[in-house]
Design a binder for this molecule. Structure first.
Ligand code: GDP
Ligand code: IMO
Ligand code: MG
Length: 423
């Protein structure tokens, strides 16, 4: 297998975790390079459901190395909880299996409070964040007053840095009438987690380079999706990292020349959780999925907004990410539909647009231009090959690949590992 980036082409929750788990069988190393525990990646393996937030989905396989790279923002307490949950489920997470970059920035309790305070202040314009402190932690990183895991290895240094940062953070929290923090409070909350994680902490960059030079196969698990990317997404309704393929390089220390393949994951329809534009949003489709217990957020439990497949987004995401292969998930979600709509362009002030606009007012005015395709109205969940799929499902996937400009290589037709078709 080739060194591969797996990234989301929509607004997250495309089923990246499932695809990463599937591809891990033939890989050696699985790395995360951005995001934090705002991510929720669901994998169903051998009948057991796992939800991963910070740990790469490759952890479910034995004998694979997982890496949390320098570009990830890491909540130490959250990560320890995740390790414990996995170990209770019989998944070994020792230091040989999971390494964390000493350069990863740390999410501290005040980052979560600042996240909530900012959302409250935005009122009806709120972003709808996961309130995991992601934005404030990346802001500190860019502001050059963040704390990295390496800084927390020595208590004296850690306390000094926390104290400096708290002086400013407490001022902001007081302004919002929120409880402030003392250095002791912050340190005591994280110290046991830091000790627990100490054996996992290293400079992961030489290890990744060695794996590359030794001809091992490396997978990068993207978190969030292309339209949550801070540069390419529906700004400001985005997350605070580069969720597109470039983020895998800056977030891991492996150069672009190490990457051979980019698998773009998209649902057979579209979902979004949180605020922001969503041109193909459709209440009937949202209700349809929610009534079936589908499309609730894996991290926050919020119902996801749902709508038809938006190829304006996918087309752009394929360009920006350099997608070589598409993985189309939850094809089975459309099994009962009589007809299926695909948005091929936006109309804005009477003009046709093939790419997403940058202007906020343009998003508000955009309406979808739809192409209607016939549904297949039969159960695809038992299909194990392309030939097993109904003709109309094949036609839908073929059209999707044409509009995207990339071939459909993987198809998800159920949440289980086995429900993955390789074309
Ligand atoms: P991620 O964040 O991109 O990893 O995606 P999530 O795990 O948040 O959301 C995807 C949801 O769809 C999860 O509940 C998966 O178990 C489920 N899922 C993934 N692929 C398929 C599929 O092909 N069919 C069905 N029915 N469910 C799927
Ligand atoms: P995975 O990896 C879906 C969304 C939030 C909000 C915006 C900013 O599971 O696909 P943040 O907490 O990051 O500051 O929130 O981004 N968001 C996600 N939506 N899937 C995710 O991750 C997300 N991570 C963040 O809902 O709209
Ligand atoms: Mg998710």
């Amino acid at each position: 297998m080739m060194n591969t980036i797996i990234c989301g082409l929509q607004w997250g929750d495309e089923g990246k975790g499932k695809i990463v788990d599937y591809l891990t069988e033939t890989a050696d190393v699985v790395a995360r390079g951005q995001g934090g525990n705002n991510a929720g990646h669901t994998v169903i393996a051998n009948g057991t459901k796992y939800v991963l937030h910070l740990i790469p989905s490759g952890i479910l396989w034995e004998g694979k190395n997982c890496i949390i790279g320098n570009g990830v923002v890491m909540d130490p307490v959250g990560l320890c909880k995740e390790i414990t949950t996995l170990e209770e489920a019989g998944i070994l997470v020792d230091a040989a299996k999971l390494q964390i970059s000493d350069r990863a920035h740390i999410v501290l309790p005040y980052h979560r409070e600042l996240d909530a305070a900012r959302e409250a202040a935005l009122g009806k314009n709120k972003i709808g964040t996961t309130k995991r402190g992601i934005g404030p932690t990346y802001a500190d990183k860019a502001n050059r007053n963040g704390l990295r895991l390496a800084d927390l290895m020595c208590e004296t240094t850690a306390r000094e840095l926390i104290e400096i940062r708290l002086a400013d953070a407490n001022e902001t929290l007081s302004r919002h009438d929120l409880p402030t923090f003392t250095t002791d409070q912050v340190w005591e909350e994280i110290a046991p987690a830091i000790e627990r994680l100490r054996p996992h902490v290293s400079n992961t960059i030489p290890a990744l380079h060695k794996a590359w030079k030794d001809g091992k196969t490396i997978l990068f698990e993207g978190a969030q999706g292309s339209f949550l990317d801070v540069d390419f997404g529906t700004y400001p309704f985005v997350t605070s990292s580069n969720t597109t393929s470039g983020g895998a390089c800056t977030g891991s220390g492996l150069p672009p020349t190490a990457i051979e393949r980019v698998v773009g994951v998209c649902k057979a329809y579209t979902t979004r959780v949180g605020s922001g534009p969503f041109i193909t949003e459709n209440d009937d489709i949202s209700e349809y999925f929610h009534a079936r217990g589908m499309e609730f957020g894996a991290t926050t439990g919020r119902p996801r907004r749902c709508g038809w497949l938006d190829m304006v987004l996918i087309r752009y995401a394929c360009m920006v990410n350099g997608v070589t292969d598409l993985a189309v998930t939850i094809l089975d979600g459309l099994d009962e539909r009589e007809t299926i709509q695909v948005c091929t362009a936006y109309e804005i002030d009477g003009e046709r647009h093939d790419y997403p606009p940058a202007n906020r007012a343009a998003w508000d005015k955009a309406t979808p231009v739809y192409e209607t395709l016939p549904g297949w109205q039969s159960d695809t969940t038992g299909a194990r090959s392309w030939d097993d799929l109904p003709e109309n499902a094949k036609a839908y996937l073929t059209r999707l690949g044409e509009l995207a400009g990339a071939p459909v290589t993987y198809i998800g037709n159920g949440p289980e590992r086995e429900q993955t078709i390789v074309v």
